[in-house]
Design a protein around this ligand. Structure first.
Ligand SMILES: NC(=O)c1ccc[n+]([C@@H]2O[C@H](COP(=O)([O-])OP(=O)(O)OC[C@H]3O[C@@H](n4cnc5c(N)ncnc54)[C@H](O)[C@@H]3O)[C@@H](O)[C@H]2O)c1
Ligand SMILES: [Zn+2]
Length: 365
């Protein structure tokens, strides 16, 4: 079993373990019991994850709450209230815990519910998508959407533990699987040359869902995400590098009316960031070509879809939630694993609109 410990300063439970193993779910009831003791547990999942059998081994652990229909369409306050009310109805107390089994939507909602139930109970994440295993289960961001924007309401609530069973990915739809791998490519680009080379060399095994390759990338991802969030848990500066490719990516994702999956839009955004880097003299064509080659192995779109206009992109960029004065900041790299940091030690940068325009034009051709 691969394992590491994440240390988060300034919070009550200052560290948590991430365990990674194919087939881990089968042993989870005993592991969780040993870790959390004999407390009451609420398993929060969604109907696809339950149908795929990923909660079967946990059925003896406690009550279950199934989000149905699954996905972003139910990531609202009403689901949080329903989870909390079911916990109340079954008379769970402060000594209860939530076990989140699912993708990022389940994890974000289960974590948020845990953060406010009886002023906070532990949440254990059992992520089952490439997004949640690489990204959302680590770092403590939880929340739901409002009718106006994504992740509008939420809290930082770090998990008590994260258990990654890469075998769960075998039932994940291939489009979701591939799109989620973009977060892995992002991690490699911002933090680890060896990891990028590993992805280049092993992409076929990863796409074949080979257990040892999936365990390996889960460990790389966990180490990278954990190290960044432990330096900057509340996203004051360094954590912004995790937004690499996301500024243009988010605009494309919204402009597509969420027809594009998050990872698909971020793939285009990563190419956009690479073009901006070339324009600023901190990137080069060879790196851009390597990135494109890896992304194209995942059958991802590498251009902005033809039905999206430049005006839409600019309108959305100006409304980016991290915008200052109507213009967003961009996380950039100078090389693989070398973050662009300015003289004031800032990890996100204002980029001249004319430079961004070059990237947008190239992405629209
Ligand atoms: N908290 C964070 O730091 C953070 C980071 C990134 C993304 N997010 C959030 O995560 C969400 C996206 O997460 P996601 O991409 O995992 O999507 P998701 O949770 O919607 O899952 C995608 C689809 O796959 C299904 N599914 C999940 N696991 C499965 C499995 N093993 N087998 C079969 N089907 C399965 C789900 O039912 C759903 O239909 C967004 O809401 C985003 O805001 C949060
Ligand atoms: Zn992302």
């Amino acid at each position: 079993m691969k394992s590491l410990t994440v240390k988060i300063p300034h919070i009550d439970s200052s560290s948590y373990d991430i365990k990674i193993k194919a087939g881990l779910l089968r042993d989870l009831p005993q592991i969780i019991e040993a870790q959390l003791g004999a407390c009451r547990k609420m398993i929060v999942t969604d109907s696809n994850v339950k149908k795929s059998g990923h909660t079967d081994s946990l059925s003896s652990c406690g009550e279950i709450f199934v989000i149905d229909p699954p996905g972003e369409c139910n990531k609202y306050m009403h689901t949080i209230v329903d989870i909390l009310e079911q916990m109340e109805q079954t008379a769970m107390g402060r000594d209860s815990a939530i076990i989140a089994v699912g993708g990022g939507t389940v994890g974000d909602m289960a974590g948020f519910a845990a953060s406010i139930f009886k002023r906070g109970v532990p949440v254990v994440h059992v992520p089952t998508t490439t997004v949640s295993q690489a990204d959302s289960s680590i770092g403590g961001k939880t929340g739901v959407d409002s009718s106006f924007s994504k992740n509008a309401y939420g809290a930082f609530w770090h998990p008590a533990a994260v258990f990654i069973d890469v075998e769960t990915l075998k039932t994940l739809d291939q489009r979701q699987f591939n799109a989620g791998l973009v977060e892995s490519i992002k991690h490699a680009l911002i933090a680890d040359q060896t990891y990028f080379e590993y992805l280049e060399d092993n992409i076929d095994a990863i796409l074949d869902k080979d257990n040892s390759a999936l365990e390996e990338i889960a460990l790389f991802n966990s180490k990278i995400k954990a190290s960044i969030v432990s330096i900057d848990p509340k996203e004051k500066n360094q954590r912004r590098i995790l937004n690499y490719g996301h500024t243009i990516g988010h605009a494309i994702e919204s402009a597509s009316n969420f027809e594009l999956l998050h990872g698909e839009a971020v793939a285009i955004g990563i190419i956009g960031a690479s073009i901006i880097e070339i324009e600023l003299g901190i990137g080069n064509i060879q790196r851009l070509e390597r990135v494109k080659k890896l992304l194209s192995k995942l059958s991802l779109p590498l251009k902005i879809p033809a039905n999206i206009t430049k005006e839409q992109i600019y309108e959305l960029l100006s409304r980016d939630k991290k915008s200052i004065g109507g213009w967003p900041k961009f996380a950039l790299i100078e090389d693989i694993a070398r973050v662009h940091i300015d003289a004031d030690n800032q990890w996100a940068h204002r980029v001249d609109p004319a430079v961004v325009d070059v990237a947008i034009n190239e992405l629209m051709q």
